[in-house]
Design a protein around this ligand. Structure first.
Ligand code: FES
Ligand code: FE
Length: 420
């Protein structure tokens, strides 16, 4: 038996770290390097909150499914025969085998590979061989997972009781998403980027454009100014800012002509379903993410009629962001895969009738965000390595990193609430 160590300091707990978090500066190293914090993140953030997992366009027909791994959980998102998007735990009700192994596919029914229990895409058990007469199939449906299809964006919540303010947020956001008709869009392409960083570093990096000088492709169209107040504009940024003000005026006129307001909403850390919605002008031609803001697809999404429709930017806590443009949308989800790794899934959506090679090319459609994702990946990997260095100390956020602070504040608040 090992003797207790006399005089040793008590082990620091996750609660200690959370309690002493200092507002306005980056988190202490264990938030990015500790397996205990990672497990807390899975339990408190990913298993209790609404997380974005897929575009509804990834499951366009009944029987189409995707599977999503979140920590030890695996979830099936499937379109049922009534064309509703459903979500189930990817676990057989017999002896627990994983049901669907592939990331994506199409099924008539969901058949367990072990003893062939067979479920409908509505989750109901339809067939189980060699059961006694007393066996009641209705007691062994797949366990459902809370799911919302927000205008074509699919969110799930793994908790028994989901946070109840999702619907209130959806009510605000849905009218802004409506013109793009993402529910009937087509997936042009989707890919997973393995990030060498804790999931929070990927999110924090997304929440600021302080580093956007490192994104030459993105900033030919995107104004890296969304967090700036006029008084923050330095002489170096003034010409860019003047162009931004002019482009914002033009975008306001376009939206007014369509009877659509230019209203923004920001509740990133003031509610459980934290979100921010902004209508941002684009530089150059003002149409899309391409050199000089040119269009990348000839067919416009949904009921959008003007190519210079700006960028509807939506940020949702804890794991997603979205850019909706006149001619395509790009949707992003971040999921943790270990303490120091995560996966960023990026999906490009276009008009359902847009034809590759005719209306768009994958190279032109994806060039900006593939380059930007790669650049961000290097920044995140460098920060993960830095945070793991014993020489790391938390540093202060600049005046244009408010949304990083809001993300971290949202995160720490959830951890504090869970501990309380
Ligand atoms: Fe699925 Fe036996 S574990 S049928
Ligand atoms: Fe970036």
């Amino acid at each position: 038996m090992t003797a207790p160590t006399v005089g040793a300091a008590p082990a620091e707990t996750v609660d200690d770290l959370v309690a002493r978090r200092v507002a306005g500066q980056s988190l202490e190293a264990p938030f990015y390097t500790s397996p205990e914090v990672y497990q807390r993140d899975l339990d408190v953030i990913f298993a209790r909150n609404w997380i974005f997992v897929a575009a509804a366009a990834e499951v366009p027909e009944p029987g189409d499914y995707v599977t999503i791994d979140v920590g030890a959980y695996s979830v099936i998102v499937v379109r049922d025969d009534d064309e509703e998007v459903r979500a189930f735990h990817n676990v057989c009700r017999h002896r627990g085998s994983r049901l669907l192994q592939e990331r994506q596919g199409a099924v008539g029914n969901i058949v367990c590979p072990y003893h062939r229990w067979t479920y409908g895409v509505d989750g109901k058990l339809m067939f189980a061989e060699s059961q006694p007469p007393t066996f009641d199939k209705s007691c062994f449906s797949l366990r459902s997972v809370h799911v919302r299809n927000l205008s074509g964006l699919v969110f799930v919540c793994l908790a028994q009781e989901a946070p109840d303010d999702f619907d209130a947020v959806a009510e605000v956001v849905a009218p802004h998403l409506a013109p793009y008709e993402l529910d009937r869009a087509k997936v042009a392409v989707s890919y997973d980027l393995q990030e060498a960083g804790n999931w929070k570093l990927v999110m924090e990096n997304n929440r600021e454009c302080y580093h956007c000088d490192g994104h030459p492709e993105l900033t030919t169209a995107y104004f890296p100014l969304f967090a700036y107040e006029p008084e923050d504009i330095t002489p170096r940024l003034k010409p860019l800012y003047d162009r931004y003000v002019k482009a914002a005026g033009a975008l306001a006129e376009v939206r007014a002509a369509h009877g659509l307001p230019l209203t923004d909403h920001r509740e990133l850390d003031t509610r459980v379903v934290g979100y921010q919605l902004s209508h941002l002008p684009l530089d150059g031609e003002g149409k899309s993410f391409a050199p000089d803001g040119a269009a990348v697809c000839t067919k416009l999404l949904g009921s959008v009629q003007d190519a210079a429709f700006g960028d509807l930017s939506l940020h949702m806590q804890p794991n997603s962001w979205f850019h909706l443009l006149s001619d395509h949308a790009v949707v992003f989800s971040v999921l943790p895969t270990s303490t120091g790794t995560s996966v960023l899934r990026t999906t490009w959506l276009v008009h359902p009738d847009a034809v590759e090679g005719v209306d768009y090319t994958l190279d032109a459609l994806t060039a900006v965000w593939r380059a930007t994702n790669d650049q961000d990946r290097a920044l995140v990997a460098g920060t993960q390595a830095g945070c793991a260095n014993p020489g790391y100390l938390p540093g202060p956020y600049s005046m244009v990193e408010d949304d990083v602070e809001a993300f971290v504040n949202w995160y720490v608040t959830r951890l504090r609430e869970a501990s309380a």
